[in-house]
Design a protein around this ligand. Sequence first.
Ligand code: NAD
Length: 360
Amino acid sequence: MSKRILVLPGDGIGPEIVDEAIKVLATLRDEFGLDVDLDEALVGGGAYDAVGHPLPDATLELAQEADAVLLGAVGGPKWEPLDIAVRPEKGLLGLRSELGLFANLRPAILYPQLADASTLKAEVVSGLDIMIVRELTGGIYFGQPRGVRTLDSGEREGFNTLVYRESEIERIVRVAMAIAGKRDGRVCSVDKANVLECTELWREVAVRVGSENPQVELSHMYVDNAAMQLVREPKQFDVMVTTNMFGDILSDCAAMLTGSIGMLPSASLDENGKGMYEPIHGSAPDIAGQGVANPLATILSVAMLLRYSFDESGLADRVEQAVNRVLDDGLRTADILSAGTREVGTVEMGDAVVTALRAD
Ligand code: NAD
């Protein structure tokens, strides 16, 4: 039976970059035997404009029925004045929690052709290949109680709650262990166990899950040290697993080691491997509509979709090889341009990946 992908282009550059990813999927379907059907729906600011909510019921239903979701990006200045409950980002958070996408996989890979793009010295980052596994549906971003209250003194006080159940910690550490088993076999669990009781429990559970996976080497690091080590000696890491907020911050830091926000894909998975796949960057309103956005992170998100939700590693490898070939050929969008390379726009970059796919 055909697999179904729900495509959610979103806002800003979202539709531009998703169009190029669809070209790649269509090529895989028409010429490489991928049995897939694509649906499309609204999410984010565009959905708010159309129906008054960033995650319409119809979109959520299609997402629940689909085998995987491919998302562009949401948000933009136009929707910033809206109440927080209906801002575009709520559409994303809603999808993550409604679909139970608790495991966020964010690879930070430095393509050798782009070593110059990093702000760090080439010897520190060349060959970098880290997988950050971030817990996505719990922790302080969702914990209750939360809010802003007025004290008797009249001063206002903001508060949020960091909370994790053992089962939530266990399942995310298991995901990290499984991924490490297919890589270099090392997991570093990042916490703040010296200060936060919640992450003291995190460490205890990580140790327990680690003892059930003796083939994987488990280490622990406080988050402040992890941030420092990521910049000092990033190649010491294989897989890092951490809480929602720590993962949010560390994965952006790791992404920037590669110097190219337009190159990095991500996956958010549920317990059964169903996932939502999206580039790590936002809707880039500053360049939307100009045809200059880098579509490669979205195309590489298709590769992750094929690998993690469809078990099509062969096709995933092909897509990644096609991206590599295009970079080898010296084609670059403006964000990754360097001396001696040729600048291309979004559509030309997508076309080049399709041509490279066919050439393999
Ligand atoms: P951003 O990632 O959209 O842009 C940061 C910078 O990187 C900009 O200069 C942009 O032009 C550039 N950039 C991003 N993607 C690029 C690409 N593919 N090719 C070339 N250059 C690229 O972050 P921001 O400016 O902080 O946020 C803009 C909007 O996106 C905000 O509304 C924010 O809330 C939203 N956002 C959405 C997501 C998401 O949908 N997952 C993630 C982050 C931010």
